[in-house]
Design a protein around this ligand. Structure first.
Ligand SMILES: C[S@@+](CC[C@H](N)C(=O)[O-])C[C@H]1O[C@@H](n2cnc3c(N)ncnc32)[C@H](O)[C@@H]1O
Length: 293
């Protein structure tokens, strides 16, 4: 079963890509999805047990396998399925770009593979000399792609370890982090600061969590606050620039999200919605809107 699916994925995925969704949630087992990460299997369980049939199948394979619980209360790092200890820090490749994955790093492992097509699109849009502001950057995967296209990036996140990992991802791809900018802190606060400084960017990337707290403890929720975020980012966009707005909030429909984004965008902006990458079909939790001004 896993082998035939691997062959099918090879046919639909871009070249030099070894991190992808192998089995989508509920496709075979309720609440179970499987990602393939450079030869390893990461099983995610949402209010589900690891099916015995799948466990046996993974144990029969030579490959390392990990199991992670997506349930709200459990935010632990994935558990290795077998001993002796499996390799926990390794690299994956996506469209020829390399990223560090860390199976000890808690709930998220270093790369959101559902953003693959958006990263590839950013790389085709950016040109040398242009500027990219990557808000809520996590490990800076968008920044790496923009930097490879020759853009100068500003990578922003609340968490310093994320910024450090972004620099490591840049180095892994032959990019000098010293030629790029890094800001630690709250995205909305930094956007206000950039606007006051009259600082503009050709591209702004926004992939915020569904809810978060800023550095002062104030709560931010996608359903309530996305419009304000887009409005504030619009003030920092160069004329003719573009913004990427995404959310994986399962509470927001594509229409509701489009309405939030449209309300915050300049009235002349053109909005383009994009589907999830083909290996995630028929999952449609990630909503993507590119705003072109
Ligand atoms: C969903 S992840 C972003 C994924 C990233 N765009 C990518 O493609 O790899 C959310 C990130 O937002 C950061 N974050 C959460 N609240 C924030 C805030 N108020 N300001 C800036 N960053 C924040 C978190 O530290 C986390 O790294």
């Amino acid at each position: 079963m896993l082998q035939s699916r691997l062959l099918q994925r090879q046919r639909i995925l871009p070249p030099e890509t070894n991190a992808f969704r192998l089995i989508t949630e509920n496709e075979i087992w309720r609440g179970v999805s499987i990602d393939y990460l450079a030869g390893r299997y990461l099983v995610s369980l949402r209010n589900a047990e690891l099916p015995a049939e799948l466990r046996d199948c993974l144990l029969r394979r030579e490959a390392d396998s990990f199991v992670k619980f997506l349930d709200k209360e459990q935010k632990n790092a994935p558990a290795p399925l077998r001993e002796p200890k499996q390799e926990l820090l390794f690299h994956v490749t996506e469209n020829g770009v390399r990223f560090i994955l860390d199976m000890q790093s808690g709930y998220s492992q270093g790369l959101f593979i559902d953003q693959r097509d958006n990263r590839a699109h950013l790389r085709t849009l950016c040109h040398p000399g242009q500027t990219v502001l990557n808000l809520f950057a996590y490990t800076g995967a968008f920044s790496v792609c923009a930097a490879l296209a020759g853009a100068t990036t500003t990578t922003l996140d609340l968490a310093q370890p994320c910024l450090n990992r972004c620099k490591e991802n840049m180095l892994l791809n032959g990019i000098d982090p010293e030629l790029h900018f890094f800001c630690r802190g709250d995205a909305l606060h930094w956007l206000s600061r950039f606007a006051k400084q009259n600082r503009h960017f050709h591209f702004i990337i926004m992939d915020p969590p569904t809810f978060s707290r800023d550095d002062k403890g104030n709560l931010w929720r996608a359903e309530k606050d996305y419009t304000a975020l887009v409005r504030r980012a619009s003030a920092c966009l160069s004329p003719g620039g573009a913004m990427l707005c995404t959310t994986n909030s399962r509470r927001l429909s594509q229409e509701a999200f489009a309405s939030l984004v449209r309300t915050g965008s300049p009235s002349t902006a053109h909005m383009e919605s994009c589907p999830m990458p083909p290996d995630f079909s028929p999952e449609n939790y990630l909503k993507t809107i590119w705003i072109h001004t």
